[in-house]
Ligand binder design. Structure first.
Ligand SMILES: [Zn+2]
Length: 151
């Protein structure tokens, strides 16, 4: 019992760790990316090599921002939630709140369709038009419900 709880807790700790690792990479990427602008200001824009170097830093920073964001996403939503399915057991666990939400949405949609659909029973009822007043009556009606004449 306690072992199971521990295991369950371990997953969330892993994800939390992943989230913070992603955040660290993201921040590093930001520093690297924006350092290009600060370094760039102090540099002669026409000096070839160092300019290329800062451009490279900016590019690496850009990649790190994307990578960090990706890792943070996995940490926050789980591997399956971010489209990375590694473990079917874990994936089901990860997707559970999402599928539940999706199921709710589908149910809502079906209910909406139900309103538009004719109610069961009503669909197959054949109506008979009264010859005198053109009122629609049920197939088994002997007298018109509007004018009372025999159908
Ligand atoms: Zn009638």
């Amino acid at each position: 019992m306690e072992e199971k709880d521990k295991h369950k807790h371990k997953i969330s700790v892993e994800r939390k760790g992943l989230y913070y690792i992603g955040m660290a990479i993201l921040i590093t990427g930001f520093i690297l990316f924006f350092s290009v602008f600060f370094i760039g200001m102090n540099e002669d824009p026409f000096s070839g090599d160092s300019g290329m170097g800062s451009m490279k830093n900016g590019f690496i920073g850009f990649i790190l921002i994307g990578l960090g964001g990706f890792i943070m996403n996995i940490g926050a939503r789980g591997a399956a939630g971010s489209g990375l399915i590694l473990d079917p057991e874990k994936a089901r666990e990860d997707l559970n709140p999402y599928t539940a939400a999706a199921g709710g949405m589908i149910n809502d949609a079906l209910q909406e369709v139900d309103i538009l659909k004719p109610k069961p029973g009503e669909k197959d009822v054949v109506k008979v038009r009264c010859l005198s007043c053109r009122e629609l009556n049920d197939e088994d009606a002997r007298f018109c419900k509007n004018c009372g004449k025999e159908i």
